[in-house]
Design a protein around this ligand. Sequence first.
Ligand SMILES: [Zn+2]
Length: 86
Amino acid sequence: MPPKAKKSKVKRTTKDRRPKRKPCSFCIEKAVDVSYRDVNRLRKYVSERGKIVPRRISGTCAKHQRMVTTAVKRARIIAFLPYTSE
Ligand SMILES: [Zn+2]
C-alpha cells in the first residue's frame, strides 16, 4: 500500500442524498418571465444576507434561475432588494 493512501471514507449511498430534485416553482406555474417588481417572490430567492440563493438549494431550473438572477439584480438597483444586510 502506498504511504500516501487516503483513509477510506464511508461511501455515501444514494439513500443519504435526496433522490429527486425539488421541482422549479416557476416551471410549475409556467412562468414565462420573472419580474423584478415581484419583490415578495424574489425575496425567497435571496438569502438573509442578501445573497442570491444558488440553484442547488432553491431548486430553480437553470432557465428560471437566470431570470431570477437578473430580476434580483434589477430589483437591487432600484432598491427593492438589499445588496447586503447590515
Ligand atoms: Zn423553471
